[in-house]
Ligand binder design. Structure first.
Ligand code: NDP
Ligand code: MG
Length: 388
């Protein structure tokens, strides 16, 4: 049995779906981890409860208005409380072996860069960072000797079967996609779907934003861009296949005709555990695969006319320059507007497409440029939303 040295762990986005799954594993393996930092944005009561349970060095609430509630809630515990963007940077900078990057959207990019710059090992759940600033972020990782471990189930699968010693022998990376809740619905029927229907993913229980991205299949588009930055392949070597059961989490095809896959029941604790224990393995409560019970696995080609967001993301990857940063920002605005019932489901792709076609922004050469493009694109996208 492998033994694992005790690790110190910071969780950015501790109150979310990935954060909670991570803490579930920590709770089951208390001898293996010490928690250094926990952060949240608005879930202050949950953050207080988690801080009392896991006793981090620092607890941070992103929403500054909730700082007093946090401070009062943790009075007498000796836990340092911080708030706002500066507070998040302080949490990320607190020394720890591993940082779980589980803040949703581009909002967590600065804190993660702070952790990268101190050379931490990052268990990266957030895909938006690599989409909006992939080249620059990977440069920062290399410069500061940080380590990126992918939490996203597809990328974690690829990470497990990608032979680094034979990268020239890789012919394709094949990402599997469940197709989300609307795989079998006609495009005509999607105009009226509600946020509740869109968030109800058939296989995975996730936060609202990624669930909507899965329903539009923008999620798979973001993941193609994420894979491009994480693995040494060319853009044309990235493929997608629909696989509704989410048992095969992705595949790597080699020039000799071998295709290696990682399989498992759809439970995010499996890829999270693979990162937490890396380079070893740890037990999880995830159900083990029973293939005879499952019986058969299905695969289909993607319908790009129905899932326009996926086509837009693939086009943005090919276009390069500012397009992926803009795609991500426009999509974040569109998904938030859909969840707020300001626009319909099919308006998400229309808004992203309109924003991408209306701008001639230049390729970002610095992280400051990325933040400028992100901000400008968000205002442009907002300007197309229906006025209240
Ligand atoms: P959730 O919405 O469940 O959680 C998001 C977390 O980020 C919460 O802790 C939230 O705090 C915090 N947060 C939200 N906005 C801000 C902000 N502006 N500043 C600081 N913190 C903020 O998301 P998920 O856990 O589902 O996803 C997290 C990331 O992981 C996403 O990028 C997603 O794409 C990726 N991912 C998720 C998977 C999943 O299974 N959930 C699978 C693969 C990837 P609070 O709740 O307190 O407001
Ligand atoms: Mg995924």
């Amino acid at each position: 049995m492998q033994t694992m040295e005790k690790k110190t762990l910071s969780i950015l986005g501790a109150t979310g779906s990935i954060g909670q799954n991570t803490l579930d594993l920590v709770r089951r393996n208390p001898a293996d981890f010490d928690i250094v930092a926990l952060t949240a944005f608005s879930g202050v009561e949950l953050l207080i409860a988690l801080a009392k349970e896991f006793k981090p060095v620092i607890a941070t609430i992103g929403n500054e208005e909730l700082f007093t509630v946090l401070k009062d809630g943790l009075a007498g515990t000796g836990i340092r409380c911080t708030a706002g963007e500066e507070g998040l940077l302080e949490a990320a900078n607190e020394p720890s072996d591993m940082v779980v990057a589980a803040i949703v959207g581009a909002a967590g990019l600065r804190p993660v860069l702070t952790a990268v710059r101190r050379g931490a090992t990052i268990a990266l759940a957030n895909k938006e960072y690599l989409v909006c600033a992939g080249d620059l972020m990977m440069q920062e990782v290399a410069t500061h000797g940080a380590t990126l471990l992918p939490v996203d189930s597809e990328h974690n699968a690829i990470f497990q079967v990608f032979d680094d010693a034979a990268e020239n022998a890789v012919s394709r990376i094949i990402l599997t996609a469940s197709g989300g809740p609307f795989l079998n619905r006609s495009v005509e029927s999607l105009g009226t779907v509600t946020p509740k229907e869109a968030v109800a993913h058939p296989n995975w229980d996730m936060g609202a934003k990624i669930s909507v991205d899965s329903a539009t299949m923008m999620n798979k588009g973001l993941e193609v861009i994420e894979a491009y930055h994480l693995f040494p392949v060319e853009k044309h070597q990235l493929d997608i296949v629909i696989h509704p059961q989410s048992v095969i989490h992705s595949m790597v095809e080699y020039i000799d005709g071998s295709t290696l896959a990682q399989l498992g029941c759809p439970d995010m604790r499996v890829p999270i555990a693979s990162c937490l224990a890396w380079p070893n393995r740890m037990r999880t409560p995830a159900k083990k695969l029973n293939l005879a019970e499952i019986g058969s696995l299905d695969f289909f080609d993607v319908d790009y006319t129905k899932f326009k967001c996926l086509q837009l993301a693939k086009d943005a990857l090919l276009a390069g320059g500012a397009a992926p940063t803009m795609l991500n920002a426009a999509n974040e605005v569109a998904v938030a507007a859909f969840l707020d019932k300001k626009i319909g489901f099919l308006d998400i792709s229309t808004l992203v497409e309109t924003v991408l076609s209306k701008s001639d922004m230049k390729e970002p050469h610095s992280l400051a440029n990325v933040f400028e493009i992100d901000t400008e694109t968000r205002s442009l996208a907002q300007s197309y939303l229906p006025k209240a």
